[in-house]
Design a protein around this ligand. Structure first.
Ligand SMILES: [Zn+2]
Length: 152
């Protein structure tokens, strides 16, 4: 089990971001570079609002609608995913390695949770269970709880 906590991300250059966009078949625009850059920089599952606040520092005057539409494009293309939280606020995540989420409702903190053993158990469970008329393709858990940093 690995809890990716406070891991500092490599801040990519605009050129690296542009390469990533074109790898996903997207035209490179300053807005897309800024939005994807903000999503990478704010690595703790930012809300659309957080991303907007970050992007306007880079491109002042950019509308909220443009930022939100750009986020939708990134989600449609499979670069990012949306996380629905129980507090009703959508959060965004880069799609890299599949992982689960640990969510603390009291402070809206979301941490990535990697656990190959759990993945294996879930996969085996659902292949045995056979839900009628449904084929699971990906199993992601969203675990609601409370972080108590002083407890091991
Ligand atoms: Zn995540």
């Amino acid at each position: 089990m690995v809890l990716k906590q406070q891991m500092e991300n490599h801040i990519p250059t605009n050129q690296e971001i542009a390469i990533k966009l074109s790898r996903y078949g997207l035209k490179i625009t300053p807005q897309r570079v800024a939005v994807l850059g903000a999503l990478i920089k704010l690595c703790h599952h930012p809300s659309a609002e957080d991303i907007f606040r970050e992007v306007v520092q880079v491109i002042p005057g950019l509308s909220q609608a443009t930022v939100y539409n750009t986020l939708d494009v990134l989600v449609q293309r499979g670069i990012a995913s949306k996380i629905a939280t129980s507090t009703g606020v959508m959060r965004y995540d880069l799609i890299e390695q599949p992982h689960h989420h640990l969510f603390d409702e009291t402070n809206s903190r979301i941490e990535d949770y990697y656990d190959p053993e759990l993945d294996q158990i879930l996969k085996m469970y659902f292949s045995k269970k056979k839900i009628k008329g449904f084929v699971p393709l990906e199993i992601k858990l969203h675990v609601i709880g409370a972080f108590r940093d002083n407890v091991v």
